[in-house]
Every structure is written in C-alpha cells, then in structure tokens.
Design a protein around this ligand. Structure first.
Ligand code: PHE
Ligand code: FE
Length: 274
C-alpha cells in the first residue's frame, strides 16, 4: 500500500518496523534465514485460501501471472521473483521494512522498483492486518507487474507522485492509487473482476467487491477518484471500474497539474457518497 504511513498503526515485533536496518532509499535486505517454519506455513495458508477463490473473481491477467511468484509452500526469495520480473517487464523487487515515506516510495516506482515489505503477519492476523506485510505486497501487487501495460502504469504513477509531491497534491494522487492499484475493478468479457491488490489479498473483500449488492461501482473517472475519500478499516463502499489496463493508462496520461488546481476548489465526496 505504502500511501500514507501516518494512517497505519505502530509496528510491533522485530524486524517489523525496524527502519534502522534500511538504507537511505529505505530498502533493506530480505533476511531469508530469519523466517521461521511458522512464517512459511502462514504464507502457505494465506496463499491457499486466496488462490482458491480467484476463479470468477480475479482478473485473468492476475490469475495467469500468479504462478510466476514461485512455490506457494514457502515465502519466496525476493531476488528470485525479481529476476523473473525483470526479464518480463524490466521491473525489480526491493525489500523494505514496512511503509515508507511518499518521496522515496515514488522514486522507487519511477525507477521500476517495487518495494515489498519483508516481514509476515502473525497467525493472529490471518484474517485481517492493518498494514501491508509480505503477503499483501507480493501476492497482491507483484503478479500484475508482469503485465506490460499495468507495469508501465505503476511507473507513471511513481513519476506523477514525484510531481504531486512538489505540487502538494499527494492526497489527491493517493486516492487514485487507492481506487486503482489497491481497490480497482476491471471488466473482462463483460464480467466484473478485481485487479486491486487490497482486494486480491483480502479473504473477505474479494467476493464482496465483485459480487455484493452493497457497494456502489462507478465507471473509472479520474476526477471522481481524486475527490473521493476512502476507508482504511472497512470494506470499500465505492469501487471504480476500468474497461482495460489500456483505458486506465490512457485516462491517466494527461498532465495532472491543471487538474489538481481545479479539483482543489471542489468539494470532496464521502467514501459512500452517491
Ligand atoms: N499523468 C500524471 C501527471 O501528470 C502522472 C500519472 C500517470 C499519475 C499515471 C498516475 C498514474 O501527474
Ligand atoms: Fe498495497
């Protein structure tokens, strides 16, 4: 996720949240030997539960790329996945100790480096975790980085983030991230599917986002996403649907500078506003 460190709770057990082991760009080394058998077993359980419910709910792009993460029985070595990813789309994975500040986050994305939190949740957090861990970052985000169009979109987002940072427009841009990269829906052969990592890594929200009559689903519209607040502690009440990654890319291609200036003067929408 990594959009706004301030909104997530403080970290608990080491190496969770130990930023002392990170370099200036906030990356660190994945201490693979530090994972316990319980950590690997938890990854396996999370993977099994999530992959079982993908058919009919997840984007086919995601389903097709998932095996590229490697064996599901243990936490992947980031370097191995990174090499595979680099060959496919010239993206790389870097380990980070957790959420990182906006500017270094955008810089990594602009350089086609995706930060992956290296620690895994505790078994007590099997159903729900408030901050991204390796399961969310890897299982949720990495498969679509194998898709060339989506991969380019995320890089553009990073470049746009650096600009938004200068313009004081990060909050608006973060909402676009939230409603696309984290909670985006896509229409594939006429049917709704999820491509957002926050949905795809959530046990309960996947079926809810795609099938429940409760939330509203709007056609993706950049202005509207940027004006719409979001909830971080409940299922979303509004989702935005794109027709394709090409459409997502095209809609976000224009320079956002004039858009930010204009949107600043307009009221926001509540997360559940109709
Ligand atoms: N076009 C955006 C800008 O000018 C950059 C961007 C691209 C942002 C894709 C998000 C996603 O700021
Ligand atoms: Fe995320």
């Amino acid at each position: 996720m990594a959009v706004n460190p301030a909104v997530y709770g403080a970290s608990t057990r080491p190496p969770r949240g130990d930023y002392g082991r990170a370099a200036d760009d906030y990356t660190c080394t994945q201490d693979y030997a530090a994972y316990t058998a319980q950590d690997h077993a938890l990854y396996h359980r999370l993977y099994e539960r999530q992959s079982a419910q993908l058919p009919g709910l997840a984007s086919q792009h995601f389903i097709d790329a998932l095996p590229l993460l490697g064996a599901k029985e243990r936490i992947p070595r980031l370097e191995e996945v990174s090499e595979r990813l680099y060959r496919a789309t010239r993206w790389q994975l870097v380990a980070v100790p957790g959420l990182i500040p906006e500017a270094p986050f955008f810089t990594l994305l602009a350089n086609r480096k995706f930060p992956v939190t290296d620690w895994i949740r505790t078994p007590a957090e099997f159903d729900y975790i408030v901050e991204p861990d390796i399961f969310h970052d890897l299982f949720g985000h990495v498969p679509l980085l194998f898709n060339p169009v989506f991969a380019d979109y995320v890089q553009r987002y990073g470049q746009g983030g650096l600009k938004a940072h200068q313009l004081g427009a990060c909050e608006m841009l973060a909402r676009l991230y939230w409603y696309t990269i984290e909670f985006g829906l896509i229409r594939e052969h006429g049917a709704l599917r999820a491509y957002g990592a926050g949905i795809l890594s959530s046990a309960g929200e996947l079926a809810y986002a795609v099938r429940s009559p409760e939330p509203q689903r709007l056609p993706l519209q950049i202005e509207r996403t940027m004006r719409t607040r979001y909830k971080i502690d409940s299922y979303q009440q509004t989702y935005f649907v794109t027709e394709s990654f090409e459409q997502l890319f095209a809609l976000t291609a224009p320079d956002f500078t004039p858009l930010y200036a204009c949107l600043r003067k307009l009221p926001e929408f509540a997360a559940d506003a109709h």
